[in-house]
Design a protein around this ligand. Sequence first.
Ligand SMILES: [Fe+2]
Length: 350
Amino acid sequence: MATQTVREKLASIDPVLKHDWHVVARAEDVPEGRTFGVRLLDQPVALWRADGEIRAAYDLCFHRGTRLTAEGNRVEAVSKNGFRGDCLICPYHGWHYDGTGQCVYIPAAPEQKPPRKAHLQSFEVRERYGWVWVCVGVPAHDIPVIPEWDDASFRNVLWGPRSVPAAGPRLVENFLDVAHFPYVHEGYLGDLDHTAIDDYTASLTPDGLVTTEIKVWQPDPDGTGIGTYSSYVYKVFRPLVGYFVKQTGGRFSIFFTVTPVEPRSSVAWMCISMDYSAEMADDEIRAFQDTIFDQDVPIVTAQFPEELPLDLASEISARADHLSIRYRQWLDELGMTYGVTQREREIVQL
Ligand SMILES: [Fe+2]
């Protein structure tokens, strides 16, 4: 089979995720003076800083197919042939690329103006909430809003990255599922004497899926060790961005986003917000979420099929699964194909 061109590779990405924003790194992970490589939707992506902004491009110099993240790459302020600014310099022949990805200088032909097509496949990139967001297509939406981020009454703690060999939609569905708390998170988020989930609804709004309140008894809902009935409201802003806010006395929320690295490989990120002064350092808050997440990982990495089945007939659901059913329906309506499967009807048809 012929090797796919970069254009063909990008054209074959699920459009739902291709034209959406994804967190790929913490802003602090992108150094000055050299590139930082990440992977998104099966594609290698190079990040770097030029002229004060984070930049992103397909990790390939089209001159001789060299990775821009290969050893020896560097980013420098240059003044060459009338160009002044920061350039990403390919480690192989030193071709210089400006912040937009245009080649502005070819060392082996210093007098020649590089052709316009000597241009990296650059991507849209934004820095928000301390994270680097990349879109490998044409953004069809804004970056989702973390409601608490600009509210001075909230403390915000970033958590992640955590790599997980599981499909992104599997991780998001797990995040949306309160019925597993008594079993997977007993003593923390759930209690085996309180397993019933009252009816709730989930509806599609311009902000994505939104539920009514879901009440859950929790022995230790936020790591403070104080048991209480929590009232959850979930929102699913985007296919791979979930959120809940819960009243535990104070207001506690988690914004949860998943990087689709490969169909069965993901990176999880959270912004944890609270409007009360828990006597916990940021690292303790992160450690508590590590504990919870470590309980989820063996479940989500063992699910079959590995991709989330969108055919509702392929598994058996209970009333408490209403949100995950609506989530699967929504992904199906959007036409999502990445990290999901349609062809598993036979699973329960023994
Ligand atoms: Fe869980």
